[in-house]
Unconditional design. Structure first.
Length: 265
């Protein structure tokens, strides 16, 4: 378990164990767009690998264990959903602001747009026949570059976080601004299958942190609408390839725009 994952789990346990006093409870739900950042997937062969006939790469070429492997994945815009249960503390803070803490569950998804720049051992494989990736295979008539350009698959995650927010009301208006920080853990599912060829199909639990900023509008003492931006940075998902004997670290970084409703009681 990595340090970030330990910190996220510790924050969650601390929030569960504490009993807020003089606090107002609330629930919230939000939805929005997930702009998944490109992933520079990087890893290495976990054992010696013998290539197929890639034409540009001779059949039977041995790539020793530890030889690096990588490529870049680009994503389409995806979906973000979240629900939270929290407490707003009655204790007033500077400039009339208030603090709240919540537990949140969220979901993000993004379809793969394309893969580019496949390399092994520092050598570009784009011009090689796709057979290079299948031991003993004869030429398939399609280059690695063309095969991976058809970027089927997706990356999804279900996250569990503890967030802290500072709300700052705008005097004599129903508007307020907010800023927040969160720590969490997420189950990340990676499915890469360009041109229908399964390359990665794996799930990994990782830690993440997130930063949120935005604004709220109070319709009443109980109901608020809010909208904002959040940046989420997750640890790399350590996955295994189902096509070649290798492990790959998949980057997972999100830029999210969301709108939602908060109900206090």
């Amino acid at each position: 378990m990595t340090l970030l994952t330990r910190l996220a789990a510790g924050a969650a346990l601390a929030a569960i164990a504490s009993t807020p006093a003089l606090a107002q409870q609330y629930v919230s739900g939000s939805a929005g767009f997930n702009f998944q950042a490109d992933s520079d997937n990087s890893g290495a062969f976990s054992r010696d690998f013998v290539t197929g006939n890639g034409v540009a790469v001779p059949a039977g070429t041995v790539l020793p264990r530890g030889t690096d492997l990588g490529w870049t994945t680009e994503f389409d815009e995806g979906l973000f959903l979240a629900a939270a249960y929290g407490y707003r503390f009655d204790t007033a803070m500077a400039y009339g602001g208030s603090f709240r803490v919540e537990g949140e569950i969220s979901y993000t998804s993004a379809d793969v747009d394309t893969h580019t720049g496949v390399t092994a051992g520092g050598t570009a494989l784009g011009a090689a026949d796709t057979a290079v990736l299948i031991t003993g295979a004869a030429p398939l008539g399609a280059s690695v570059a063309n095969t991976v350009a058809d970027g089927r698959g997706d990356i999804t995650s279900v996250g569990y976080a503890v967030n802290g927010y500072y709300d700052l009301p705008i005097q004599d208006t129903p508007f307020s601004a907010y800023a927040g920080l969160g720590l969490g853990i997420a189950e990340v599912d990676v499915d890469y299958a360009p041109s229908g060829v399964a390359i990665v199909d794996d799930t990994e639990m990782v830690g993440f942190y997130q930063v949120m900023v935005g604004g709220s509008y109070a319709f009443s003492d109980q109901v608020e609408a809010f909208g904002g931006y959040r940046y989420r940075q997750s640890e790399d998902a350590e996955t295994d390839s189902v096509l070649v004997p290798s492990s790959l670290d998949i980057e997972n970084q999100n830029h999210i725009l969301e709108v939602g409703v908060r109900y206090s009681f």
